[in-house]
Design a protein around this ligand. Sequence first.
Ligand code: HEM
Ligand SMILES: [Cu+2]
Length: 838
Amino acid sequence: MSDIHQGQAHVQDAQTERLREVWKNPVGWRRFSEVNNSVIGHWYTATAFAFLIFAGGLALLMRAQLAVPDNDLVTAQLYNQLFTMHGTAMMFLFAVPVFEGVAILILPAMLGARDLPFPRLSAFGYWSFLIGGVFVCGSIFFNAAPTGGWFMYPPLTTDTRQSGIGADIWLLGLSFIEVSSIAAAVELIVGVLKFRAPGMNINLTPLYAWYVLVVAGMILFAFPPLIVGDYLMELQRAFDWPFFDPKRGGDPLLWQHLFWIFGHPEVYIIFLPSIALLAMIVPTFAQRPIVGYSWIVLSALGTGFLSFGLWVHHMFTTGLPSLSLGFFSAASEAVAIPTGAQIFVFIATLALGKVVSSTPLLFAAGALAIFVFGGLTGVMLALAPFDFQAHDTYFVVAHLHYTLFGGMIFPLLAGVYYYYPFATGQKLSDHAGRVAFWLMFVGFNATFLPMHFTGLRGMPRRVFTYPADVGWDWFNFISSIGAFVFAVGFSVVLIDVLRPKKQRPDADGNPWNAGTLEWLAQRDESFGMRTIPIIRHRYPIWYQKNFVQDVREGRFYLPDAEDGRRESLVTSVLDAEPEQCARIPGPTFLTLFAAIFLGATFIFATYHWWISTLASAFLTLATVLSWLWTGTGEIPEKQFRDIGLQRRVPLYRSGPASTGWWAMFITMTGDLTAFLSLMFCYFFYWTIHTDFPPGADGRNGTYWLAGSACLVILAWASTLLARRLNTAGYPAGVRSALYAGVALGILGVLAMLAGPWFSKMDPTANVYPATVWAIVIWVAVHTSVGVIMQAYCIARAYAGRLTARYDMEIWNVTLYWHFACFSAVVALATLVAFPNLT
Ligand code: HEM
Ligand SMILES: [Cu+2]
């Protein structure tokens, strides 16, 4: 395509037509094979809202039950299921997924990309979320829902007679959903790092993208400790390994640590993305750039970082040393500083701009008011002596809903009103929006303000009813009325969102006169932006000359799809220089199948149908392998692609220059976090026991474990050697090195299992053997996955798809082995050295 013709209308039409053809969504039942971000983003967001409505319905039932004293609308048993499912669904099936859905929907347009780097991964994440969510929620209709509260404290939840199948559904169903959250997080991080439009250096990156980076990073570090907790608790429930049983050396407090190392950051994971929406909305309605861009980036990073040091404030009443009470109390107060900074930035922007009053802004203002109030009660609760009084009362329920509504529900609704035209091309009714806002604002405060007082008057949370003569009646009654008023307000929004609208989409697609890039995406076209622009300003629509016209008339990068492939630009991490033209995979059913099989693996495990579990795990593996084989590491038909404006970029990159390598790196940081959490458990037991390991236990397996560590190191070295030989161009040597790696890896796995096996360690006897087994199994599975990867590379080499020039797989597999080998060595060295040191 030559530049002389670019301006001409018929050339443009032909280009648009080709783009349309390439990005066309499949129709009929094939629609479910679509992986494109605009489609998946819609599904994801809609599904998350469906879970919100479900969980909200449960809340209304609870409020109906609590409206009057001594009520018997629901039984105590059902009430336990209600609050557990309400909290669980809100936190895991709504709050986190809605962030992921919205980000998948709007992020590519904001970055100037045609899609995210791994659309199939997004689709897989979505299907996993849907299947897992329906499974977990469905349990309540069979009277089998979990009852242990959303934080599932043992011993209530480890006693299988008391907790029933519900606890297993919670543990396994949510582990499955956590996997999908991590998948989405990896996808979003690589998107922000590598898919930004040329010129969008880190200083021009939209604030929303910064927040996505922070939040997705937090997911990566926060979810793994919970996954480890789930792993240990399910081992205890299914096989009686005593991790949380004090009689055999376990400790229920360990669960509380693991849960809240996840749980506190979770709160910030929930509200930062919604604050991020405000960071896009406020400048638009102030009609000026945000004040203090770098302050807000720093505060987002600061909040994200600090939030990992606060978890113990959920455990003030568990009898911790007063030094840690002081430390965690101070740290909890400190987080108010970056949080406050973000709010001041918004207020300053509005104060300095020409404020346009509008429904999104009204929701934003309401959000700030509520959030500040919730922050204040948070400051109160962070003081340990106050918390001793208020812990487990309705005061806490009031506090947490103030932060959640101010930090997430209201900003999110502001986002719904703001981005609805972006997603559908139509506006929601302003009038209905205002009515809905006031109903919800008043309803919300009527529900939760009185709860502070019911709490201070001593009403505990999680009780299904209360007596009439203790002074709680009126407050409860008002709370219940408020909840229904809120629900009416929410229904107004819902009806407006769903009702068919006749009005025509407005022509320019930027109804709020916003300045940021996403408003250029053409919402009736699934390719998004007509061309990928060069960015020179944070608000290009406002400040770059002729910007809109140049984009629409195809005068930037990738105006055409002449190769008949879905494509987007990969740019460098810091200054967003074009590095590669990425070919993006299109529709496939493989991701849906992979999610179904993985879901089946978890669901069968819930019912302890081990053979079906294994069969499904095998099918998952086969599906994932064929997905990788057909969808990744494709060898292009030519080396370079002409992307317009006289630029040519390569079509294939490997190693640290490729998106696949980054995805592997980021996934492995999450995996390493999980591993370190598991080792944390070992050292936790070690600190609380004088005899850990007890007696002579563990000394016997030493030689096996030490031998295994050597074998794993050799397997890693073979992989590395294979990569070196590949670069040097010795295909036969590559295959031999990989064969050696497979053999060494398998021997390593056998030797590590032999350690505890031959020393007859009984994991049900005491927490020490249980911990050793849990660690060894973890490492064995990781090493085995490494072996499968080596075998995959061998197959690729025979198929001629792994060559000296096209070597993406071997780079990624070597990277995996760096991490796998590191964790194996740390684990085995600890198990070997510690028993002998003590
Ligand atoms: C109309 C909206 C809502 C109402 C009326 C409501 C009501 C309630 C009530 C009454 C409880 C306490 C139950 C008890 O301790 O006996 C509760 C707990 C809880 N709510 Fe909400 N809620 C609403 C929205 C939300 C939202 C949007 C979220 C999160 C995004 C949320 C998260 C939680 C959590 C985590 C708990 C603790 C559950 C537990 O104790 O295990 N709620 N809610
Ligand atoms: Cu907290």
